[in-house]
Design a protein around this ligand. Sequence first.
Ligand code: FAD
Length: 188
Amino acid sequence: MKASISTISIVLLSVSLSISLVTSNDAVDFDNFLRCLPIHSNPLVPITDAILTPTNSSFEYIYQLRASNLRTLLSSTSRPLAIITALHPSHAQATVVCAKRHGFHLRIRSGGHDFEGLSYTSGVPFVILDMFNLHSIDVDIESETAWVQAGATTGELYYRIAEKSNVHGFPPLSALVDTLVEVAMGFL
Ligand SMILES: Cc1cc2nc3c(=O)[nH]c(=O)nc-3n(C[C@H](O)[C@H](O)[C@H](O)COP(=O)(O)OP(=O)(O)OC[C@H]3O[C@@H](n4cnc5c(N)ncnc54)[C@H](O)[C@@H]3O)c2cc1C
């Protein structure tokens, strides 16, 4: 019996040692991830202004702002290591490059309307690339085309089209009555 208890202790000890090793490695990788971001983004729009970590007072607010499924807001749900609220397209590029390079799972969130929480939950350490600041819309009625950034909502797009035309529209979804202000264009 004694032998089996000490065997269990050794197993537990080695498990806890390997967990703390993984955790400290993750911390090193996360620091490297943060250092990687400015290297790969436009210095004229500092990406440091877009990075939120749990130490920022607005971190939890921004996390919850675009989380449509309230079940995912339980404190037991793992929060991301960081939310990159991209302010420039190069911030999105840098986040993808650096997350891949440093082995962090990436969740991309446009409107956060997906009820499975696919754009803001994960079972492994992860980073959210949040697109809500990238929501410019440029409608050219003459050529009947529009450039729309991923964080723009369908409501914003309809509004910008209606400003320029009474006859044009954009019908991407079948039943949008309750979703106009939330669903963003990144889902396309
Ligand atoms: C109440 C309700 C009603 C709905 N009604 C309809 C409907 O009538 N018709 C219909 O077609 N759908 C409907 N949907 C589904 C909804 O349109 C999808 O969930 C859509 O993906 C939401 O878009 P989003 O931008 O908010 O995506 P998010 O929730 O932000 O993301 C959805 C998925 O796309 C990925 N993603 C987001 N942005 C990007 C990006 N820029 N680049 C790459 N990947 C990205 C995310 O990682 C995630 O996996 C409904 C959903 C709900 C909850």
